[in-house]
Design a protein around this ligand. Sequence first.
Ligand code: GLY
Length: 357
Amino acid sequence: MPSFRVETPQHCYSAIVERGVIGQVAEHLPKHTGKVFVVSTEDVWRHQGQALAHSLTDVPHEVLFLPGGEDQKRLAPLELLADEMVQRGGDRSSVVIAFGGGIVNDMAGFLAAIFMRGIPVVQVPTTLLAQVDAAIGGKTGVNLVSGKNLIGSFHQPFSVLIDPAVLQTLPMREYRSGLYEIVKAGIIREPALFEYLATHSDDVLTRKPGAIDRIIEDSVRMKAEVVSSDEREGDLRRILNFGHTFGHALEAETAYTRFLHGEAVAWGMRAAVYLSELTGHLSAEDSVEILETIQLYGPIPPLDGIPAANLLARLVHDKKTIQGKVHFVLAVRIGEVTVVSGIDDKLVLEAIRSSLV
Ligand code: GLY
């Protein structure tokens, strides 16, 4: 059973990658737990709930639903759910199981962070993107109209249970969205993973179990290492934002309705690669190789009609902007990135324009 340790000042836990682990969730709950609240969406519960419900047969639990969709990732639904938890017997000994994709992981994690000033959350991600990124590392929160994830908290999970078998029925668009995060993992720190993705796209896209397990394990190991070294994103963890600064601008500009998070990140990585080359950080050869590999896992939905100037204006509202300075994660070579600020807006605009065509 591949298991990757995340060791942070707040909490140390394992991210377990194992086919069938959804059927063993009860074994991974905290001891002497009170009422368990499974937080999911109706859609996820309909498709994947049976195995989890079976595992919880002997555990007193309730199932609560969040609305799906990035545009619904707001504070209001959490207040309703917290009230429901109280009415259904929730107290300080309760535990949340976050069962769903990245939006559920972020929202249910935040609910656990603030319910009665904090109760444990077990993350059980059901999309590829959530399995390799959102469920690990304790970032929880919701969006504001002004920007993505602008309210939130670091709330490390009690454990993370990743079942690659659930991905066989994941819609292709959702699957691709997660693959882009895995391409990111390769670019920022895992050259062998990048090489595998560049040369085994057929196996990955047809979801051969060996290929899926390998790319998930590499990505989870990398994320566990990075979060263990820098829980609060003061230093190394910033590399995980490669493509995200641009991507968040695109999501906000399109009111969170047109692109899945991974698709926005895929476009954002293209923009970051152009900027890396324009600023002299990345060779033309590596730039082409990265852009071609992103393309292998495409297509990214078309971006036509989105003005480059609007995206540039959005960048300053990202929460990674500190005292008005936008920090960009730029590629130096495949497997290495650096964080740079103070880049001339003209170059940023040129990178955005190049990536839009
Ligand atoms: N998704 C980026 C991070 O967890 O830091």
